[in-house]
Write a protein that binds this ligand. Sequence first.
Ligand code: AMP
Ligand code: ZN
Length: 464
Amino acid sequence: MKIYNTMSRTKEEFVPIEEGKVRMYVCGPTVYNLIHIGNARPMIFFDSVRRYFEYKGWKVNFVSNFTDVDDKIIKAANAEGVESSVISERYIEECKKDMAGMNVRPATTHPKATEEIGGMIEMIETLIEKGFAYEVNGTVYFRVRNFKEYGKLSGKNLDDLESGSRTLLVTGEDEKEDPMDFVLWKPKKEGEPFWESPWGQGRPGWHIECSVMSKKYLGEEIDIHGGGEDLIFPHHENEIAQSEAASGHAFSHYWMHNAFLNINNVKMSKSLGNFLLVRDISKQYDLSVLRFFMLSAHYRSPLNFSPELMEAAKNGLDRIHTAMVRLKDEAGKGLPGAESQQERAAREAFTYRFEEAMDDDFNTADAISVIFEMVKYANTLDPKETTAEGWDALRANLLQLADILGIEEPKEELLDADIEALIEERQAARKAKNYARADEIRNELAGKGILLEDTKEGVKWKRK
Ligand code: AMP
Ligand code: ZN
């Protein structure tokens, strides 16, 4: 399997740290608003990476954080006059609903920055001890000059950076030894959440959280670290500096970055205000269409959002769904006996080509083409002239490959009674303080388009 490594700027053969296991970390969203469809791109893509590894028999430990302490969260909290945890908890819940709608599986662990402050303080202390960090008036900075390999991921040169950052130097930062140094810990300001630390009350910088959460849940050395390409510099460069300075050895072996989702050929971002929320899309389309649209391009190519491309994605996905339903409905009608050699060979050829595409740096665009060819082939088959076993095998094979891309056989509508039974089970789970199961049920229902609302009169539900 080949992976394009941003560090070497080449496709490299994937060699894991531990045979049969993959440790991967993907930077998650800052939770101060509903996620936009740009944020959805890494979620969807890396979910398919994970699914493909699992399909190939690897055990994947997949960690993705929620950044729940940040200036933007504090600003949103102040605007509403609530604690910042009210904002972050709300948008974590909303994000999980969107993920379920896009058929993005929950990570093995979704750590939250605010629950990992102790680990951050420890790592900052180690960096100070080793001479890689220093404190001035309650702020701790990373001493970039001491990390000789700084710039190795982004290909930036220290001297160029230095002259650039000097002109950008803002007031209040002149206490730094060097303009390139970045913040590991900052002192509290009035009205902000804070934690006790050896440097006084304050809160961590953004970069340190990922170094610490990755280390805690995956170990000091990991296989894959991912995120959008905007994170290469400075976020990932700084993560490397912190983690490698603290541990004394390599941090992540492979760095993967998705290109941007654009709109009218301009990157979609909250700061530019040209974004569409996943929730907006869900009013018009099932979110499986959004997922299919995202995977129809290679992850390292920019993808331009347009209503025409969404319509094309919808039509494409419909074609696949129609074939899946036919394969289900016509099952068991075929000839007796074992799957013929010819039937098997056709099926295996599709599987081979699908894997070839995915083994080549997760080329989901080519993998989708193979699915379309498989669908076309299935549609030409006459169920009465195919062995029943061959028909079933083709169906199972198609479902298995499509599942890697997160495409599922259309579900039969949930009956009201089934929904109510699940809601009752959720209430019982909550009573028993089994919140994991309760959340699972809520997400399962959300995935089927059923929205729950907890009211004083009990739980109400509606179909989307
Ligand atoms: P943020 O909440 O801005 O930290 O972003 C969370 C994740 O979404 C990061 O991996 C970003 O790189 C990614 N991201 C943000 N905007 C876009 C976009 N327009 N296209 C693709 N990825 C994006
Ligand atoms: Zn990160």
